[in-house]
Design a protein around this ligand. Structure first.
Ligand SMILES: Cc1cc2nc3c(=O)[nH]c(=O)nc-3n(C[C@H](O)[C@H](O)[C@H](O)COP(=O)(O)O)c2cc1C
Length: 321
């Protein structure tokens, strides 16, 4: 049984923290598709400090069963600790610290993947956060900054010493952003060097990839990001595959049914105006590969009415026969 500190996980397949994607609706769907631990989008510790209302909304975990990991980003130990305490008050079962975000906007402030360049500060943040909350603290990191600065092993050892109780390693450097192939060897090396559970991350697009990663790296669990876009089935299919059962890919009818449910949830939580807009990318992912998908996507991208978007999806499904 996989355990992060005091938190027992029912499965070692976890959905990734995803800015703009892993909102409450996404987390509910991931759970319906078999996940247990789920992650929020990355949340700015500084914005929580200033009580920014949009940021506080990201912390809303009402109605969600435990365990939800709240992912924080920031570079100031005190501010991170204060944000972690707030997150726990809002129901976080785990605090995950982002040391992987490659975005220029983030790294220019010394946050996200930039912390891999300032390991002493990274360790201090973990120590301060772990000393401030009673829930487990975890870290999500990359392979390093660039190919001349691969330091995942040193960083992993240091954050564990500072109190991190699990790690996720994305096998790319910061300067690769999301391109090229993820290096699973670095995941294996970190696994071999630390005592805490390590989640491997990068390039799991099919259940078989997860099985290969677990075998090749001996990681305790796998984290899936882009492979789940418009495809929550990947969670269920991966969990089943790891238990010895192969489930088929979903048919378009199932995909549309799920797209409609996803749309309903997002509109329920965010209202029609924001919900319909935010769902555009998700809907494009759900219908991808279907007949007339490009045209349907274009219509959806110009539609603001919830009922009309639903009609477009139903029409799209009829076109598939
Ligand atoms: C649109 C998008 C948003 C992301 N947001 C976050 C985030 O908020 N926090 C984080 O730690 N990683 C974030 N990531 C990185 C993913 O969690 C993951 O590490 C990366 O995509 C590699 O996994 P994959 O190959 O399965 O996609 C994001 C990635 C994408 C593509």
């Amino acid at each position: 049984m996989l355990q992060i500190g005091s938190v027992l996980l029912k499965t070692n397949v976890v959905p990734a923290p995803l800015a703009g994607i892993s909102d409450k609706a996404f987390r509910i769907l991931a759970r319906e598709f078999g996940c247990h631990l789920v992650y929020t989008e990355m949340i700015s510790a500084k914005a929580l400090h200033y009580k920014n209302s949009n940021t506080l909304e990201l912390l809303d975990l009402t109605g969600e069963p435990e365990p939800v990991a709240v992912q924080l980003f920031g570079s100031e130990p005190e501010v991170m600790a204060e944000a972690a305490k707030m997150a726990v008050d809002y129901g976080a079962a785990i605090i995950d610290i982002n040391m992987g975000c490659p975005s220029p906007k983030i790294v220019k402030n010394g946050e996200g993947a930039a912390l891999m360049q300032t390991p002493k500060l990274a360790f201090k943040i973990v120590e301060k956060v772990a000393g401030s909350v009673s829930v487990p603290v975890t870290v999500k990191m990359r392979k390093g900054w660039d190919k001349e600065h691969v330091n995942a092993i040193e960083l992993a050892k240091g954050v564990v010493e500072a109190g991190a109780q699990a790690l996720t390693v994305h096998g790319r450097t910061r300067d690769q952003f999301y391109t090229g192939q993820a290096d699973w060897n670095i995941i294996a090396q970190v696994v071999a060097e630390v005592e805490v559970p390590v989640f491997g991350n990068g390039d799991i697009l099919q259940p078989q990839d997860a099985a290969r990663m677990l075998e090749q790296t001996k990681c305790a669990g796998v984290m899936i990001a882009r492979g789940s876009f418009g495809n929550p089935w990947i969670f269920k299919r991966t969990i089943a595959y790891l238990a010895g059962e192969e489930l088929p890919e979903p048919a378009m009818e199932e995909k549309i049914k799920e797209a409609l449910r996803h749309l309903d949830l997002v509109v329920k939580f965010k209202g029609e105006k924001i919900g319909v807009k935010e769902m555009r990318k998700h809907l494009a992912w759900y219908i991808k590969g279907g007949r007339g998908a490009a045209k349907a996507r274009e219509i959806i991208n110009n539609e603001e009415d919830y009922e009309k978007v639903k009609d477009i999806l139903v029409d799209f499904l009829q076109q598939q026969e």
